[in-house]
Design a protein around this ligand. Sequence first.
Ligand SMILES: Cc1cc2nc3c(=O)[nH]c(=O)nc-3n(C[C@H](O)[C@H](O)[C@H](O)COP(=O)(O)OP(=O)(O)OC[C@H]3O[C@@H](n4cnc5c(N)ncnc54)[C@H](O)[C@@H]3O)c2cc1C
Length: 598
Amino acid sequence: MIESRVIEHDIIVVGAGLAGTWAALSAGQQGVANIGVLSKIHPLRSHSGAAQGGIAAALGNVRPVAGTGPRGPLEPVPAGDEPPDSWELHMFDTIKGSDWLGDQAAIELMVKEAPEMILAYEHMGCVFSRLPDGRIAQRRFGGHSAPRANYAADYTGHVLLHTIHEQALRHGVRFYSEWYCMDLIVEDNICRGVVALDIRTGALHLMRAKAVFFGTGGYGRAWKITSNAAANTGDGVAIAYNAGVPLMDMEFVQFHPTGLYGKGILMSEACRGEGGYLVNREGRRFMEDYAADKMELAPRDLVSRSEQIEIDEGRGTGADGQGIDLDMTHLGREKIMTRLPQVRELAMNFAGVDIIEGPVPIQPTAHYSMGGIPATVDGQVIADAAGTPVVGFYAAGECACVSVHGANRLGTNSLLGASLFGRRAGTAMAAFVQDGAGLHPVSGDPVARNQARIAGFMDGGGKKESVGQVGAELKETMTRQCGVFRNAEEMGKALEKIKRLQQRFGQAGIMDKSRRFNTDLLGAIETEHLLTFSEVIVASGLARTESRGAHYRVDFPKRDDQEWLKHTMAHKASDGPILSYKPVHIFTDRYPPQERKY
Ligand SMILES: Cc1cc2nc3c(=O)[nH]c(=O)nc-3n(C[C@H](O)[C@H](O)[C@H](O)COP(=O)(O)OP(=O)(O)OC[C@H]3O[C@@H](n4cnc5c(N)ncnc54)[C@H](O)[C@@H]3O)c2cc1C
């Protein structure tokens, strides 16, 4: 038995992506000295670093060349000219993109603070792509009515994350790299700490803190075809739910239109932002049938559905007709080499296609989780629809639901939201700690409880199931029965299947019994988490008998504001989630719900 320790911090941050690193950095900037950040992978390998396309803010640095129409080539806006973009436009685009499920006060705050957020990165020396006069370059993105994606070629997330990681180190933040958070300790609605596994030694530790922050990222790994990294298993979401925290709007999962065919690896939306075409078997840009105005730059939910219809109706490309062609050949070598070098490399390595020379086959891929742990704009996690706080527990980034993305996120708003709400949460936690919050006692023995969980996986006697097999069946089920198009019958079957898989998982064991770097063990814990929150996704989706944003029900194809203009809240109970609902914040005089057309 490896010795277990009790570790104490003022603030413990779980997750070292943009949300977690910002939370730690801003708390550090406010003068909190004792901050620990846990990451199950090396911090700089967090999925934020894989983001390619850009981070949104209405800087208004570029506009279409006069007389070329809204989709024409872009030019820098001359000094003194009226800026072609504003926070108001960004706000409306985000609300419309969200299919009116986003909370409008939160959206307003995000888009107003966005330009300053970019300047904060700028002042830390972030290497954005530039216009000839030195201003930050901007490109178009889907659902945005002006070019407002600020980028660094197609390495945006990479440069943002490296920039703030350095700053967090400078502020003395302690990183626990390759530490896995297994459990959250909440008693009497007060958060007291976490239980974490040091992956390298196999030791379990109780980590106590005055405030705990979750920035654990998304959960695309519940699907077989996904753009998400292996680490995106929604641990934080499942852990919070197990600790009694509700989950909000879990039915809303975004399918990105351009994952590499058969693999799901992302071909960034920047491909279409820079002018790429989507083409069907007949060689036609079919988006003219679905969104004649925005074409390929309609929002993701709409483009993914359009692709799926083309495929289902026999106009897909490739030998089995299950793909769509993404054609960028007309952009030319120079533009591709300067703006999309990583995309080109990914396509060459994983599809054997040079995008300078030919189209690359793609398909919709599970990409982003709009739902998650309900949190305020200051990261405060809430326990119910009335807004009761879970004292000392904070969350932001993809694992949280604020909700600024509503039923469908616009590209580039995620890096913005993760940065901005992570930073705000850090500031709020610093105030909470500096106002005299203390460490709260922990009852029982949470370390022993988690030790028993680990022993359960390792106990070979009588275990008939393999973790890998159960996980694979779950991913297959989610892809087939809870994908771009959904209906009651298929989701009902999916729910039954998940419950059976949960039971079978109780009989699942792992072969590797070693303590050090036991990746089998991590896989088992992660699979348990996938099974936990997938049930919430399907149950919430089955209950929502309307189509809104990314949640499309073929049996209820219309949006139903009368019945469903509300957020889902799911609480854990012994036989599955209990669903309740919470109103959406809407400025009825400014942005009342409208039909969503592109
Ligand atoms: C390929 C790709 C491209 C994208 N491109 C863009 C883009 O161009 N623009 C945009 O706005 N958005 C983009 N997104 C979305 C965006 O990148 C993410 O939503 C955002 O970066 C999430 O940040 P985060 O800090 O919440 O989580 P992440 O960056 O995913 O970090 C999660 C962190 O949590 C840690 N963690 C998780 N579970 C545990 C645990 N149990 N114990 C310890 N640590 C744990 C991980 O180690 C990691 O450090 C893209 C996403 C993908 C997948």
